[in-house]
Design a protein around this ligand. Structure first.
Ligand code: MG
Length: 413
C-alpha cells in the first residue's frame, strides 16, 4: 500500500491546495490504464482517452440540447437563468478545480460532468417524474407489450438514461451506436442504478458498468467528485436564480446558516455592499469554502483510510466529500431550497403543466406510433420505451410545440 506522505500531498489541514499541477495521484484514474471502450479503437495521436471522451460529449447532439432544457426555471422564463448546459459547465469548472488539488484526472472529471445530465427529460424533475409514472401505467394496449431485450427494467431513471444516450442513442459513428466512451467515463455517468438494471447491464457487458452495484464497490474518485461538484453547483446557482426570479429574497436567505455566514463576512469587509453584488460576493465565498472543504476532508479521509491505489478506492466506501460540518450545512441549504424554491407555488404551477405536456405526449405517441419519427423506432425496445426515449430527448420548447400540435392545447404562453 502506498503511504500518503503529508509533505507531498499538502496535507496541512489548511485550506490551501498545494498540488503540483499535471501530476496524477496514485489513486487517480489513468487513461493509459483505462478499462477501455466497448468497441476497440486505436488511440488518438495527440489526446488521451479521457480528453477524447470529453470532446465526444461536447460534439454530441444530446449536449447541444441541454441549452434548451430546464434546470429549475423553464428556458423561456428568462435569458439569464441556468439551463442544463450552463449548469453542466459550472459542474465541470468546480470538478476541475478540485481534481487538480487532489491529483485526480481533470479531463475525466470534466467528461463526466459535461455528460452527467444528458439523459434528463425536458422540464427537469417534473418531466422525469411524469415520464416515470407513464412507464409504470398499466392502461392502454401498449402497456401489455413485453420488455424488449435492449430495454432496461422498470420506469425512467435519468442516470441510466444518460448512460443510454452515450451508449446507444447518439448516432454519429459508422461502426457502432453511441459515443463509445471509456468505462471510467460511463461509470461516472451511471451514478445510481437499480439492482435489476445493474444485473441487466452486467449480463450485456460482464464486469462492466453494472458490476460495482452488484459487488457493493465505490466508483472512482473522479466519479465521486463529479457527484459532489453537481451538488455544490446547483445549491449555489439555485440561490442566484431564485433571487433573480424574485421567488427568494436576500432576507429569507438569512435563515440559511451557510449563506448567512458568508453574507456577514462579506459585509464585515465591505460594509456598503448591497443587492446583487452582496449576493454574488456571498455565493462566491460560499463556493470557495465548499471547494476547500471537499479538498481538505478528502485528503484527510484518504490518509485515515490508508488508501493508496485506485483498487483500494473502489473497495472502500466513498472517500471524497464534505466534512461532517459542511455536509450538515449543505443539507440545510438543500432543505431551504426545497421548501422555498422548488415547492414555491409559482414553480409548482409550471411543474403541473410540464407534467401534463409529458403525459399527453406519451399517450399520443403510444396511441398512434406512426407519429414517431422513423429514427426513433429502434429494434429490441417496446413501443413505450421508444416513446419514452423520444420524449426524453426533447427540449422544453420542442415538447411544448409538439404538445400544441398534437393536442391543440396551449399550456405555456
Ligand atoms: Mg446536475
Amino acid at each position: 500500500m502506498t503511504e500518503v506522505r503529508p509533505s507531498r500531498w499538502g496535507l496541512t489541514g489548511a485550506t490551501v491546495p498545494t498540488w503540483q499541477a499535471g501530476t496524477l495521484a496514485p489513486w487517480a484514474c489513468d487513461p493509459a490504464r483505462s478499462r477501455g471502450r466497448r468497441h476497440p479503437e486505436p488511440e488518438a495521436p495527440t489526446r488521451n482517452a479521457f480528453q477524447r471522451d470529453r470532446d465526444r460529449v461536447i460534439h454530441s447532439t444530446a449536449f447541444r440540447r441541454l441549452v434548451y432544457k430546464t434546470q429549475v426555471f423553464l428556458n423561456h422564463e428568462g435569458d439569464l437563468f441556468r439551463t442544463r448546459l450552463t449548469h453542466s459547465l459550472e459542474v465541470a469548472q468546480l470538478g476541475r478545480s478540485i481534481a487538480r488539488a487532489l491529483g485526480l484526472h481533470e479531463d475525466l472529471v470534466e467528461a463526466i460532468a459535461l455528460a452527467h445530465d444528458l439523459g434528463h427529460t425536458p422540464f427537469g424533475h417534473a418531466g422525469q417524474d411524469a415520464l416515470n409514472a407513464c412507464l409504470h401505467e398499466d392502461d392502454g394496449p401498449w402497456a401489455a407489450e413485453p420488455r424488449g431485450p435492449n430495454e432496461p427494467h422498470g420506469g425512467f431513471e435519468h442516470n441510466l438514461q444518460s448512460l443510454r444516450v452515450v451508449d446507444e442513442l447518439e448516432e454519429r459513428y459508422p461502426a457502432f451506436d453511441g459515443l463509445n466512451l471509456c468505462l471510467e467515463t460511463r461509470e461516472g455517468i451511471l451514478k445510481h442504478c437499480s439492482r435489476a438494471n445493474a444485473a441487466w447491464l452486467e449480463q450485456r457487458e460482464p464486469d462492466g458498468v453494472g458490476a460495482r452495484f452488484l459487488r457493493g464497490e465505490s466508483p472512482s474518485l473522479e466519479a465521486q467528485l463529479a457527484n459532489v461538484a453537481d451538488e455544490i453547483a446547483y445549491n449555489a446557482h439555485d440561490i442566484d436564480d431564485g433571487v433573480r426570479s424574485g421567488l427568494l429574497t436576500l432576507e429569507q436567505l438569512e435563515q440559511v446558516e451557510l449563506f448567512d455566514h458568508f453574507r456577514r463576512a462579506a459585509l464585515a469587509e465591505h460594509p456598503h455592499l448591497r443587492g446583487r453584488r452582496l449576493l454574488y460576493e456571498s455565493i462566491r465565498r460560499m463556493l470557495s469554502a465548499q471547494v476547500y472543504d471537499v479538498i481538505d476532508a478528502t485528503r484527510r479521509a484518504l490518509q485515515q483510510a490508508g488508501v493508496g491505489t485506485l483498487q483500494e478506492v473502489r473497495a472502500h466506501p466513498p472517500l471524497l466529500g464534505f466534512s461532517p460540518a459542511m455536509r450538515e450545512a449543505s443539507s440545510q441549504l438543500k432543505r431551504f431550497l426545497l421548501v422555498n424554491l422548488y415547492r414555491h407555488p409559482q414553480v409548482m404551477d409550471t411543474t403541473a403543466r410540464a407534467r401534463q405536456v409529458v403525459a399527453d405526449l406519451y399517450r399520443a405517441y403510444c396511441a398512434d406510433p406512426a407519429r414517431l419519427p422513423a429514427p426513433c423506432r429502434r429494434a429490441g425496445l417496446s413501443l413505450r420505451r421508444q416513446v419514452a426515449d423520444y420524449i426524453a430527448g426533447m427540449t422544453d420548447r420542442y415538447a411544448i410545440r409538439e404538445h400544441e400540435r398534437l393536442t391543440g392545447q396551449r399550456l405555456f404562453g
